[in-house]
Every structure is written in C-alpha cells, then in structure tokens.
Write a protein that binds this ligand. Structure first.
Ligand code: ATP
Ligand code: MG
Length: 563
C-alpha cells in the first residue's frame, strides 16, 4: 500500500510515545462497526486511521462487529462491511470478531459487578428512569431499587437472562453516582431485556448488553492498546474507564477521540441514509449518489483516492466540515494518472465530411493517457460520417467560442482539420440535423504541415463504427451545503436535489470501450471521468456512470489561496 505512511497526527504521536516509554511494545487497534447499515465515507476515515496506525507501527487491527442491538442489525450489513473494508485495501486476516461472541463473558462480568455491589436491577420504567436521571443543571435522584441486596440482584438478573420478564420490566444498571455532572455516570443501564432473535446467537439471549458496557470490555478482551473513536464519545470515556477499573481487567485500553468526518452536500449517518433507501429516494445503498462506500465504489471512486483523501484531511480534535470538492479533487488526481482516455459523444449531432471517400475507414492513432506514455496508444476508426457534441457547434458563435461554426476550421482530435460548410436543419422543427464539412487531407493526425493553427479541438466518434451506451450523469444528492441545518418544519430530505441524476441513452462511444470490464474507470475526453456500471452494464448495451467532471475548482481555490 502506497500511502499508509500517513502524516503524523496527534494519535500517532501518543502511540509513538507509548512505544518509546515502554508502556506498550505492540500496538493493537480495532475498527468496530455496528452492522445496522452500510459503511459511508466517514467510516473510511476511521478505517484508514485504525488500520493505517496498525500498519504504521507494525501492529494489528481487528475488525469487530458491535452487534448488541439485534432489532436493527442484519447479516446483509455484516457482509457489505467486510466487502467495503477489503475494497478500501485493508485486511484483518482471521481477526474477525463479534461482540456477540462475548455475550457469555459479558454476562459474567455483569454478575461480578453485582457481586461487588456495583450494579443493581432497577424496576423503574424507561420513562421513570429518564425522570430520575435529572438534567445537565440538576442532579438525578437515586432509584428506589438502588439498594436491593446483592442476592436479590443476582436472582433477578438470572431471571432476566432466563426470559422470565417482559421487555422493559427491569434493567441492570451500574451503581455509580446519580449526582455526577456527567450524565453518562448517573447509573447507566448496562443490560436490557429484549425478546428479539439475534442474527448470530439466535434465541439464546433475552437480555442484551448496552454499548458502553460492551465496547470497553470487548476492547479489553481483545487486548486492544488504543481504542480510537469519534468525539461524541468523549463523555463516555469516564464510563469506559470506570467499567474496566471496577472489574480490574488485566488490559485497560486507552480511549482516544478524534473529530468525525463531515462532508458538505451530503449526510454521513446510517440512520439518515437508511431513510433515503427505504423511502425510495435512491436506488439502494449502492446508488452512485450515496456517500456509502458501496455507492462511491459504483460511482467509480477508487480506493486509492479515498485513502489519499483521508490522508489529506488529517486527524484532529476539532469538528469541521470538509468540502466535497476536496474529495472530488482526490478522485480526479488518481484517475488523471490511471484512467485511459476515450472519446464519447453525449449529445450527438451528425457531421458529414463531404470530400472524404465514401467507403473508406481509416484507423487513426490516439494516445491512451498523455500523463503516462506507458499506457500506450490505440487505433480509432474514422470515416465520412461522424458524431460530434451539439455543444461544440454554434451557428452564430458568441465571442470566445472557438469550436465549430459556419466557415470556421477546427481540429478533430487525433484526426484532421475540418471546416464547416453547410448546416442542414429539420424543416419542421428547425433543429440542426447535420453539419456538412470538408477536411484537409494534409492534416492527418490533427497537425497541419504548413503550421496553420486552429483555436479549437473537439472530440468525435465514427458514426458507422461506434457503440451505443447509456450514460448516467450524477450531480450532488443535496442542494444545501448542510442538509442537516436545523430549521423549523424542514427535513433533510426536503433538500434532495431533483436533478441529481440525468440518464442519456444511445450515446455514440468509441468502439474500444467495449473491452472495459464492469467497474473499470476511464476518461471521456473533455467530458469527465466515467466508469462501467457494475450492476447494469451489458456487453450489448454498456452503462457508464460519471464519476466526476473534469472541472477542478478545488485546484483553482488552492491556487487562489496561495496568491
Ligand atoms: P452513524 O452515525 O453513521 O450511524 P456510527 O458511529 O453509529 O455512524 P458505527 O458503525 O458505530 O457507526 O461506527 C464504526 C466506527 O466508525 C466508530 O468508531 C465510529 O466512531 C466511526 N465513525 C462513524 N462515523 C464516522 C465519521 N463520520 N467520521 C469518522 N469516523 C466515523
Ligand atoms: Mg454507532
């Protein structure tokens, strides 16, 4: 992997110090997704960080599913998460763990807490628990069940496990401090009754441990050294430490928080993304407009560009919103180097070269990627009838329009100079249906021997030898830069961009494109980067997704910033 030597951030600094001081000799991290949805680009930041750190310090990173809420979880999500982490380029070998594998041990830990007088069965209702909890400005009140005897607690907890009670009848709570300024320490619930089958443990359990109890103990059981999570868990850290200290576990990982990735013009939250999927606003989790890893993969983003992006945004303690343009910049940068170029016409109009022989087809040479000579050259067929893009012709050209117009000479890329002589229109609609041109045979390859210059170069496709394809043009999924901004009566879905997808059918494309396999990236010259759709593309009718346009406003912004 080329880029795991990420820049030094504050977390790597802490770890380097721990290695230097001898606190640790081997580093272990984990990526702990909850399998309740597909991973998004925010998770990529966490994956690159956790796996990247392990690679950086010759340690190991586990993949651990935090599967403690069976009503929202599914094996479909487990499978997609594994696929996405692999796609990003990371490997957990055989270290695939599930919090549910620890349910027996976690139960024993809970029993230990009860025995130590540090946990109790509480029989208040959910609503009462909330009421007793107090507020940020007022301390909470002790539950009337707080002083149950250890024996009674053990008996009730066993019965909870045995399925004697209904959902919500009792919970197990840690006995900490109802007056703590940290709400998380006000006797948090650590087990609840849930008569729901689990995707791995089936009907074995009718109680399930809560996140705060499960997470720290799973980390400790796996001998994680640094438990890296996002800032919203900062206030959970005292509880993380309390559980491990109280239970005197032999391993006590250090929790370190970093700022989550926020991106403008999209939402990074599974809870909201699932609404887009279930509401039919997108075609699925892997819709190319989604910020999910499966969506951006289908869109044509490369794993390398995502890793570079994560490297670029860095890791900090301060929340910020990253510009979508920076992500697009990273994608362009990678594709510019690696994607072969082709010609495709998205909005075709026919050009007839009237002085070109009727039955001749030439094979002209085109460069596959001017950035990389090793990518070689290819042959492109050329004959009397071609397609060019409608936008490359103007009957009455405005100033600074250097492309084709009546009497004007332009270069057909890799082919010849042509001059427009006549425009044929549909009698009824007035629409241009054909542009008649002459070519200069002395300009083969697109260069004139007499040094004559033309200002415009346009792309084209041979009409008789082209393929036809569907081209899907994607734009931002939301029209607002922050769809989650709080406004009365406005839901984030109200900001969905109605023009985020435009489908073009029967676009003439260069025949060489038939050899691209699904998922392959390419550039359509002057149009943008595209990739062959992995789901819908067929050899007889390929489908191309626009990954990103060629316009590079981020580079411009950067240049402007430097001035
Ligand atoms: P969501 O809010 O989308 O549901 P989550 O935090 O609930 O996300 P988890 O499956 O619990 O999703 O997350 C797995 C790991 O990924 C956690 O360590 C979490 O902190 C991290 N993570 C989630 N979202 C982001 C983000 N936007 N940026 C960086 N890391 C993230
Ligand atoms: Mg979560």
């Amino acid at each position: 992997m080329s880029n795991h030597e990420a820049s030094y951030d504050f977390i790597r600094e802490i770890i380097a110090d721990d290695l230097k001081s001898g606190k640790h000799s081997f580093i272990k991290t984990r990526f702990p997704p909850e399998p309740n949805g597909y991973l998004h680009i925010g998770h990529a930041k966490s994956i690159c960080l956790n796996f990247g750190i392990a690679l950086h310090f010759n340690g190991l990173c586990n993949l651990r599913f935090d599967d403690t809420n069976p009503s929202k979880e599914d094996v479909e999500y487990v499978e997609s998460i594994k696929e996405d982490v692999r796609w990003l380029g990371f490997d957990w070998d055989d270290r695939e763990y599930y919090a549910s594998d620890y349910f027996d041990q976690l139960f024993e830990f809970a029993v230990q807490l009860v025995r130590k007088g540090k946990a109790y069965v509480c029989s208040l209702s959910q609503e009462q628990i909330r009421e007793y909890r107090g507020t940020l400005t007022e301390p909470g009140r002790n539950s009337p069940y707080r002083d149950r005897s250890i024996e009674e607690n053990l008996d009730l907890f066993q019965k909870m496990k045995a399925g004697v009670f209904k959902d919500g009848e009792h919970v197990l709570r840690a006995k900490i401090d109802m007056a703590s300024p940290n709400m998380n320490m006000r006797d948090p619930t650590i087990y609840r009754i849930k008569h729901v089958a689990h995707h791995r443990t089936g009907d074995k359990w009718s109680i399930y441990p809560m996140y705060d109890f499960t997470h720290c103990l799973s980390d400790a059981l796996e001998k994680i050294t640094h438990s890296i999570c996002t800032l919203e868990f900062e206030n959970n850290r005292p509880l993380y430490d309390w559980v491990l200290d109280t239970l005197e576990t032999d391993c006590h990982p250090q929790q370190i928080e970093f700022a989550r990735l926020n991106l403008n013009y999209t939402v990074l939250s599974k809870r909201r993304l699932i609404q887009l999927v279930e509401g039919g606003h997108v075609s699925g989790w892997d819709d190319p407009r989604m910020p999910t890893l499966s969506g951006i993969k289908r869109r044509g983003y490369t794993p390398e560009s995502i890793r570079n992006f994560c490297d670029r945004i860095g890791v900090s303690k301060r929340d910020s919103i990253v510009d979508m343009e920076l992500l697009e910049f990273s994608v362009r940068e990678d594709l510019n180097r690696h994607a072969p170029r082709f010609m495709a016409v998205l909005n075709p109009v026919k050009v007839v070269i009237v002085n070109y022989p009727e039955n001749l087809t030439e094979e002209l040479e085109a460069v596959n990627n001017p950035e990389d000579a090793s990518m070689g050259k290819r042959k492109v067929p050329f004959s009397r009838e071609l397609y060019i893009d409608r936008d490359d012709f103007r009957e009455t050209p405005p100033k600074k329009f250097f492309r084709l117009s009546p009497g004007r000479e332009v270069r057909l890329r890799y082919a010849y100079y042509i001059t427009c002589r006549e425009v044929i229109k549909d009698k009824d609609t007035g629409e241009i249906i054909e542009i008649r041109c002459i070519y200069d045979p002395e300009t083969r390859g697109g260069w004139s021997k007499d040094g004559r210059k033309v200002k415009g170069t346009i792309h084209w496709v041979c009409a008789s030898q082209c393929l036809r394809a569907q081209v899907r043009l994607y734009d931002r999924l939301f029209t607002a830069s922050n769809p989650l901004e709080k406004k009365d009566g406005v839901d984030f879905k109200d900001y969905l961009n109605p023009n985020s997808l435009e489908v073009l059918d029967d676009c003439p494309i260069e025949p060489g494109l038939k050899d691209l396999s699904p998922g392959s990236n390419c550039q359509f010259e002057r149009q943008g980067y595209f990739c062959v759709d992995i789901k819908d593309s067929r050899p007889e009718y390929p489908v191309f997704n626009r990954t990103v346009t060629l316009r590079d406003t981020w580079a411009k912004i950067e240049r402007r910033g430097k001035k």
